[in-house]
Design a protein around this ligand. Structure first.
Ligand SMILES: [Ca+2]
Ligand SMILES: [Ca+2]
Ligand SMILES: [Ca+2]
Ligand SMILES: [Ca+2]
Length: 248
């Protein structure tokens, strides 16, 4: 019995240093170890420039470009065609070339879009958070503290600044009517009582809709306006209770 234990201890001591050595080895000298090329990036361990565009795989990864397609950023490529960009796959540690990283029948894109953990089968949900940056006039939706999307906004103008603080979405209404201003606010999500909310560019009863050119400028009366498309996306994504942080 003692001999068997000794044998296992010995094999542990022998194999562990070997595995560490292999992990550090970079056969083609492109700055990415063989292990990382094989298990994370799915690039050629014997060719420093997998897509032949003149930039090495290591350079491309470090500058957020795809090592698989010339002139495309990681946000513009989707190696496994699951709908989730290579950039988001790397951010969420899902597989670049397996559409269903945890093998639960739902692909990585569906899981991320619906805030499920793409790395564990089951109903495990990841935390959603919305950060509104009045200085940058932007709204970022975070999942598991990772920036998923960023949209231009129009928040409160001088004298009507959207109050800085930490709130949460407390109510959703697909098409809310503002009595105070006599206009429709599509995809309304309130985060301070029912007074301040996030919504699509407003529409007047006559059919006039505020122009997209107001996005990026603080011109609202305190609400946070989003463009056509992003407002509907955020409305469908965020659940009541989602944290909302407003920064100056
Ligand atoms: Ca390499
Ligand atoms: Ca390349
Ligand atoms: Ca993908
Ligand atoms: Ca899955």
């Amino acid at each position: 019995m003692k001999q068997i234990k000794y044998y296992f201890l010995l094999s542990f001591l022998i194999f562990t240093p070997l595995q560490i050595g292999a992990a550090d080895f970079d056969t083609d000298g492109d700055g990415l170890s063989d292990i990382r090329e094989q298990t994370i990036y799915f690039t050629d361990i014997n060719n420093p420039d997998t897509d032949g565009d003149g930039f090495s795989d290591g350079e491309e990864i470090n500058s957020h470009y795809s090592p698989h397609q010339a002139n495309k950023t990681l946000s513009q490529t989707d190696l496994d065609n699951d709908g989730l960009s290579d950039w988001l796959e790397l951010l969420f540690n899902t597989s670049l070339n397996n559409p269903d990283s945890d093998g639960d029948g739902y692909n990585d894109y569906q899981e991320i879009l619906n805030s499920y953990d793409p790395l564990s089968a089951g109903e495990n949900k990841l935390a959603q958070r919305i950060v509104i940056d009045a200085g940058k006039q932007s709204l970022t939706a975070y999942l598991d503290n990772k920036p998923l999307v960023i949209f231009p906004i129009s928040s409160g103008k001088a004298g009507y600044a959207t109050p800085v603080g930490e709130y949460q979405i407390n109510n959703k209404n697909k098409r809310a009517w503002s009595k105070n201003y006599g206009l429709w606010m599509p995809y309304w999500m309130s985060f301070i009582g029912n007074t301040y909310g996030i919504h699509e560019l407003p529409e007047w009863p006559g059919g006039y809709k505020e122009g997209q050119d107001h996005l990026g400028q603080a011109v609202s009366h305190g609400c946070v306006r989003l463009g056509v498309g992003p407002a509907e996306w955020l409305y469908n994504w965020a659940e009541v209770g989602t944290e909302v942080k407003v920064m100056e």
